[in-house]
Ligand binder design. Structure first.
Ligand SMILES: NC(=O)C1=CN([C@@H]2O[C@H](COP(=O)(O)OP(=O)(O)OC[C@H]3O[C@@H](n4cnc5c(N)ncnc54)[C@H](OP(=O)(O)O)[C@@H]3O)[C@@H](O)[C@H]2O)C=CC1
Ligand SMILES: CC[C@](O)(C(C)=O)C(=O)O
Ligand SMILES: [Mg+2]
Ligand SMILES: [Mg+2]
Length: 333
């Protein structure tokens, strides 16, 4: 049976007297460090000499040191550097300073599930994985709201790792929305599937396909952008707030009829079959292997696609239109 935890189930005091090192100060790192600090936790950020994040973290009022020194100073070490960089940083800076009984934490299970990081048996290992982008985790916390989190325990030699993990999850704001207990395997496989097939890969390809269909048929790119990209958030906000039924309550009956009639012509049996294939590749470790190889040869596919995607018309038109909507805050520097 699924196990959910809320504020009344979490004891923030479990982290009292302990220091938490946040290694990395990017999307998740800045959100965890600042939310925990504002929840009363003693935080130190761990980076490397020359890191562009160093000055940012100091400017935000956080203690900063190298990853090795931060690990030495801390009882709980949360690894929030890029997944592909974690194994080397763990070996070089963290493992030599992880004394028995410390807690090592992750926000994604990739490196534990696929055996890229293997902590000694006397180290407590847990995961707190927010189900949202770091900048939103921070923004929600500042607004007095929270982002749901997953929590999982990999090793528990001290017999209190769940208490520490729940305290941590509450400190980042997760208990305001709900913390679901899971395993490293379930988190990794569902997270990879979600970002590839639905949230990132699925949504951007759907938007681009809609945008390109309209533009190729001779409609204005601005019209295609408003229809297929900008309005997505407005529709999805209604779904997030009140389910499909609230979205369908707010749209016209004409749109609702089109939704029922046409949706399954777009997401076809073929698409569902492909989703199953994608999930199998994740479960069998094929995707993980590919991503590790891509990194070992300096990411040629990843970097080329990043450039090509950033030059797509949907991006250039969107940039121009968003400038006229100053309330749309961009987190990119
Ligand atoms: N992005 C997200 O919203 C989510 C991410 N996660 C997980 O969180 C983890 C972190 O991802 P994310 O926040 O996207 O990472 P980012 O790429 O946003 O940030 C990485 C950070 O690590 C720092 N860094 C890089 N190399 C080193 C090093 N050698 N020593 C110390 N710090 C270093 C970077 O500093 P600099 O930039 O100065 O080089 C940067 O501050 C991953 O496990 C990811 O799967 C989980 C849920 C959502
Ligand atoms: C959806 C992408 C994500 O899994 C996330 C923000 O939750 C990630 O890895 O960044
Ligand atoms: Mg995710
Ligand atoms: Mg992810």
């Amino acid at each position: 049976m699924s196990k959910m935890y809320y504020e009344q189930d979490c004891n923030l005091d479990a982290l009292k007297g302990k220091t938490v090192a946040i290694i990395g100060y990017g999307s998740q790192g800045h959100a965890h460090a600042l939310n925990l600090k504002e929840s009363g936790v003693d935080v130190i950020v761990g980076l490397y000499e020359g890191s562009k994040s160093w000055a940012k973290a100091e400017k935000a009022g956080l203690k900063v040191d190298t990853a090795a020194n931060a690990t030495k100073a801390a009882d709980v070490i949360m690894l929030l550097v890029n997944d592909e960089k974690q194994p080397a940083i763990f070996k070089e800076s963290i493992e030599p300073n992880l004394t028995s009984g410390k807690y090592l934490a992750f926000a994604h299970g990739f490196n534990i599930l696929y055996n890229q990081v293997a902590p000694a048996k006397d180290i407590n290992v847990f995961m707190v994985a927010p189900k949202g982008p770091g900048h939103i985790v921070r923004r929600m916390y500042e607004e007095g709201k929270g982002t749901p989190c997953l929590v999982a325990i990999h090793q528990d030699p001290s017999n209190d790792t769940l208490d520490i993990a729940l305290s941590y999850a509450a400190g980042v704001g997760g208990a305001r929305a709900g913390i679901l207990e899971t395993t490293f395997q379930e988190e990794t496989e569902t997270d990879l599937f979600g970002e590839q097939a639905v949230l990132c890969g699925g949504v951007t390809e759907l938007m681009k396909a809609g945008f390109e269909t309209l533009v190729e048929a001779g409609y204005q790119p601005e019209s295609a952008y408003f229809e297929c990209v900008n309005e997505m958030k407005l529709i999805v906000d209604l779904i997030a707030e009140g389910g499909f039924s609230q979205m369908r309550y707010s749209i016209s009956d004409t749109a609702e009829y089109g939704d029922y009639k046409i949706g399954s012509r777009i997401i076809t049996d073929e698409t569902r079959k492909e989703m199953k294939k994608v999930l199998k590749e994740i479960q069998e470790g094929t995707f993980a292997k590919e991503w590790l190889v891509e990194n070992s040869v300096n990411r040629p596919y990843f970097l080329a696609k990043r450039r090509i995607e950033s030059e797509h018309q949907v991006e250039t038109v969107g940039k121009k239109l968003r400038k006229m909507m100053p309330w749309l805050k961009s987190e990119e520097e």
